[in-house]
Design a protein around this ligand. Structure first.
Ligand code: ME8
Length: 545
């Protein structure tokens, strides 16, 4: 097997490295938010987690973009790379590593990697003739190309998959023996049915492997492509940008120096358009170099906008920085992870964001917190006592059967949420949390605590019990939501008086008093009131900005 497990408590998650030919768009933030969520989840479980992201700065596409901007390529790359960094810090993307392919450490890793393949005879000099898409930095088979007409009415050829223009290319260059790896790839996939998720994409890769797998051109003539890493020992050739880019995952792990620790724990997040590079080329390169394969490749679908593909020419590209300033970083994170389904494309509109955030963060979650902490119901501003006579394990107190259902649901929630996080079904985790928040609101609504009279002992005990149970539910929701909305969770947990050391996923221990056990929160003062949990969004206020 190519899988070695050295340390079960370590985790290494990556985003694709982003092309710097244009500014960050919504899809880039989406990739980063998914990885950030999984990274934060592992940290809360007590893992040692490494999270890397960065920028892909070489290749013909960047070379041309820099020329068009009239800038020297490195200055151009640095400017755009800084915009990605700025977006990520604005959206609380807590990466531990940021890599740029123009860094010296990366060049060293790529040169070493190339030499290993070369020395094993897996790269040879040959001639390449075929279609190339600069936009996709991708070689295409004749069957993947179609006729089209460009905006000036000229007949052109385009990639069937991306719609981007392709050009005929004929060059002397270096070829990688991709064809030699087909059966090893099939073995790997058949032996690891969870290696590519969701299932749909795993099946797609198996399908591709039924077709022809020709050798791959892995260099370009320097006269055509000067912006890249030269082939070691041949200054006339530049290494193909995808080989260069994929090695970034190894560079961050420490390659060519000691890298096993992280490399054996690698998980990749990728968009569906770059699956072939990650699920066919990359594992083949790794097999060729004698390295282990990634543990999982998580594939996500794309965001469309108003039903259309995002594109500069349509003018519908969503700027994630601007949107996160309007809706807040947590607002955008919540929306993307709640609405984004890995299996199929999702559509973005401001209206959907406003509706979702108002309903789930302002009304449902914020409303629940408000009710339980408002001075009218909680004048002492404490985590009140739980009274087992009012809410006994055996029926008979004031609780009704729906209340017992709710307790069951919240008790099971952490395990369900963790399962969903682990299979990258983050939207399902959020669906489950939302359903529980709704149930807790129903619980409060059903028992109308505002009608109880604190002067009567029985009422006062029941009232305190209702609040205690609700605060316990909120503590669970706040803790589980930390990977998704770190700022809101922090605000919520701080208001409940839950200390930073009490927020891990390991010892959640929901409602211990129900089992007659000690509850560390009972009787504790609430934290300071720092205002509403999440402000309501109004369409008019957004249009004005
Ligand atoms: O592909 N919705 O970089 P990139 C969601 N440099 N995600 C989208 C999207 C959309 N509309 N459009 C693009 C590259 N993405 C290479 C990666 S990794 C060794 C090299 C996603 O800037 C896309 O699927 O074009 C990919 O995962 C990521 O954005 C980066 O795209």
């Amino acid at each position: 097997s190519t899988h070695f497990c050295t340390d079960d408590r370590s985790y290494y998650i990556t985003t694709p490295i982003f092309y710097v030919n244009a500014s960050p768009h919504l899809g880039h933030l989406y990739s980063a938010v998914i990885a950030d969520c999984l990274h934060r989840y592992r940290l809360l479980q007590g893992f040692n987690s490494k999270f890397s992201t960065g920028t892909d700065e070489h290749g013909l596409k960047i070379q041309q973009a820099a020329e068009a901007a009239g800038k020297d390529p490195l200055t151009f790359c640095t400017d755009v790379s800084e915009r990605f960094k700025h977006l990520f810090s604005s959206c609380n993307i807590a990466y531990t590593d940021y890599i740029r392919t123009t860094e010296q450490r990366h060049r060293r890793a790529v040169e070493h990697f190339w030499s290993v393949l070369w020395n094993k005879g897996l790269i040879y000099k040959g001639g390449y003739e075929g279609w190339y898409s600069t936009q996709d930095e991708s070689f295409l088979m004749p069957s993947q190309v179609a006729d089209a007409v460009d905006s000036s009415g000229k007949d052109i050829k385009v990639s069937l998959e991306s719609g981007h223009k392709v050009e005929w290319m004929k060059e002397e260059n270096y070829m990688f023996r991709l064809s030699a790896f087909r059966s090893q790839l099939l073995d790997w996939l058949r032996g690891n049915p969870r290696a590519i998720q969701p299932e749909r994409f795993y099946q797609a890769v198996l399908q591709w492997l039924q077709e022809d797998l020709p050798d791959l051109s892995v260099s370009r003539q320097r006269s055509r492509l000067h912006w890249g890493i030269p082939v070691p020992g041949d200054a006339e050739q530049t290494i193909y940008v995808w080989l260069d880019a994929l090695v970034n995952y190894l560079t961050v792990a420490g390659y060519p120096d000691k890298h096993d620790h992280w490399w054996n724990m690698a998980h990749h997040i990728v968009g569906k358009d770059i699956l072939k590079f990650h699920a066919i080329y990359w594992p083949s390169f790794l097999l060729a170099a004698g390295l282990s394969l990634p543990k999982t490749i998580y594939v996500h679908s794309h965001w469309t906008v108003g039903g259309k593909k995002m594109s500069k020419s349509l003018g519908n590209v969503v700027d994630p920085l601007e949107r996160s300033q309007i809706f807040t970083s947590d607002g955008m994170r919540y929306f993307l992870l709640r609405q984004g389904v890995p299996d199929s494309d999702c559509d973005y509109t401001d209206e959907k964001v406003i509706k979702l955030l108002n309903a789930e963060l302002t009304d449902s979650l914020g409303g629940l917190l408000n009710r339980c902490t408002a001075p009218a119901l909680n004048p002492a501003q404490v985590y009140p006592s739980f009274c087992l006579q009012s809410f006994p394990c055996e029926r008979g107190g004031r609780a009704v059967s729906e209340d017992y259902h709710m307790l069951d649901a919240v008790k099971n929630l952490p395990a369900i949420v963790q399962q969903h996080y682990e299979s990258m079904h983050i939207y399902k985790a959020l669906e489950a949390i939302t359903a529980c928040v709704r149930q807790t609101n129903g619980f409060v609504q059903r028992h109308t605590p505002w009608k109880l009279d604190r002067r009567h002992t029985q009422d006062q005990r029941w009232l305190d019990t209702i609040i205690h149970v609700s605060l316990e539910c909120l503590r669970i929701y706040g803790t589980l939501l930390q990977p998704i909305v770190p700022e809101i969770s922090n605000k919520l947990l701080s208001r409940l008086g839950v200390q930073p050391g009490e927020r891990s996923l390991v010892a959640l221990n929901f409602l211990p008093r129900y089992q007659g056990m000690h509850c560390p929160f009972e009787g504790r003062a609430l934290g300071l009131d720092s205002g509403v949990l999440f402000s309501r969004m109004e369409r008019q206020n957004i249009d004005k900005r």
